[in-house]
Design a protein around this ligand. Structure first.
Ligand code: TXA
Ligand code: MG
Length: 322
């Protein structure tokens, strides 16, 4: 990233504008976390309801106390082990943190991302950048600068291009405000890795847990109605739908492509890391084919695939049909 791009980004943020930037998980749409007007602009651009909290990105864990009033030893342990990286911690917030960021809750989501462009931007900006994923509310996240442009067009002044996001799905979110840490959103960093790092078992999410819209049943949805199913069922349904003249998009995970007319077929990588890396680009590519329906072959139901199955389930729940 050239320094003039970073300088322009910092200037835009300081004037209350929005800048999209790459992180290792997905692209973020950033605003100055200390500027309530900029946060309002951010929510409006995303089409996001105001009571949904947003993650604040920091250059470094040393900035934690400026945002969180209680940094427990357990939170520090997780920060030390996984930052910079794809982990968001939910902590008790400092009183001066804007309600616009937290949806009025007493907690704040904080993350130190690892992407070099994000790190350079955060260091140059010198304060927290509030950044939800750079997609319209409920829609598929963006893992390239071109995806961000597809989502927002010219309404975002600057998109810093840092290539394709390496992880491909959003950060793991752990709520560390209670006696026991709680997993709010699965991600590349697994539940097992969190438990190993803390030596404490994770609690199951409950109704008292802070709200996390990424955990709404309907999220990450393409425009084409999406269904997740086993490979054999998928082949049967694809055959019957194409016979009826429907155009069918398929994201396969091991099943071989049959010879059928009206089929758009993508073979996803068989390894969960590579699958996650390509997931949103694959959903976008299939969406762009303009088919009547998108069928996704269900990946294995093992721990390595938890975050992917979580996103696919929500993408399916976010669709109007079938
Ligand atoms: O990987 C990521 O986390 C990306 C990149 C850009 O950092 N960001 C991202 O942001 O996925 P977003 O806004 O799309 O999802 C953030 C999730 C939401 O589900 C939000 O509710 C939750 O984090 N969250 C933020 N602050 C929270 C809080 N105080 N309590 C509970 N959940 C919170
Ligand atoms: Mg999101």
């Amino acid at each position: 990233m050239n320094t003039s791009g970073i300088e322009r980004a910092v200037a835009i943020l300081k004037h209350g504008g929005l800048v999209a930037f790459p992180t290792e998980t997905v692209y973020g749409l950033g605003a100055d976390a200390r500027n309530p007007d900029a946060i309002r602009k951010l929510y409006a651009a995303k089409g996001r309801p105001g009571h949904h909290p947003v993650i604040v990105h920091l250059a470094d864990a040393a900035q934690l106390p400026q945002w969180a009033r209680e940094v427990t030893p357990l939170a520090l342990k997780l920060a030390q082990q996984f930052w910079p990286g794809p982990l968001t911690l939910i902590l008790r917030r400092q009183p001066q943190v804007s309600d616009a960021l937290t949806g009025g809750q007493d907690t704040i989501g904080l993350r130190v991302p690892a992407h070099p462009v994000a790190r350079t931007l955060l260091s140059a900006f010198g304060s927290g950048i509030a950044a939800p994923s750079a997609n319209r509310f409920g829609h598929v996240s963006a893992t390239t600068a071109a995806h961000v442009r597809e989502e927002f067009g010219a309404s975002v002044e600057l998109v810093l291009d840092g290539g394709q996001s390496e992880v491909g799905i959003e950060s793991t979110i752990v709520d560390v405000t209670g006696a026991q840490p709680r997993l709010l959103r699965p991600g590349r960093i697994s539940a097992e890795e969190i438990e190993q790092a803390t030596g404490v078992p994770l609690a199951a999410p409950d109704l008292d847990a802070p709200r996390a819209p990424g955990t709404l049943p309907a999220h990450y949805a393409p425009h084409t109605p999406l269904k997740v199913m086993e490979g054999d069922l998928l082949l049967e349904l694809a055959a019957s739908l194409t016979r009826q003249g429907e155009r069918v998009a398929v994201l396969a995970c091991g099943t071989r492509q049959p010879l059928l007319p009206g089929l758009t077929w993508l073979a996803a990588p068989p390894d969960p890391r590579a699958y996650a890396h390509d997931l949103y680009a694959n959903l976008r590519a299939l969406d762009a084919a303009g088919c009547d329906v998108m069928l996704v072959e269900r990946p294995p139901l093992t721990a390595q695939w938890t975050a992917i199955n979580d996103r696919l389930g929500r993408a399916a729940a976010g669709c109007r049909r079938p």
